[in-house]
Design a protein around this ligand. Sequence first.
Ligand code: TYD
Length: 125
Amino acid sequence: MSGLIRLVDIPTHGDQRGSLSVAELGGALPFVVRRAYWLHGTQPGVSRGFHSHKKLNQLCVCVKGSVRFVLSDGKSRESVTLDRPDRGLLIGPDTWREMHDFSPDCVLLVLADAEYDEGDYRRLQ
Ligand code: TYD
């Protein structure tokens, strides 16, 4: 695994009924969550993201379907596909992210350590 791609295993309790995955402080979550949002119904061929954040930390979990992330720190560029609900991708500040190849059923949950702030974004001009 590269230094850019920080995957975390999300503790999962499975029994005959199914599975329950938990992201909590001190476990899979290294920060206090102040915002949660999710991407769903992404149209075929659409890519999203194309920005970095100045301060924000995020944990991305593809709870259904699959999506491919491309991360870059300006020096290297790495790709990883998220396709399971018990695996998270941590993305910290100053990391460029792109999301590609959303499956039609993809639901991508993002947990973040701050409220939405357009001033925290760095986008292409
Ligand atoms: P946008 O930043 O374009 O998504 P991405 O770059 O990840 O593809 O966000 C789409 C819209 O949603 C935009 O109008 C901003 C708004 N938005 C919020 O209001 N709150 C949020 O927490 C997020 C992530 C986006």
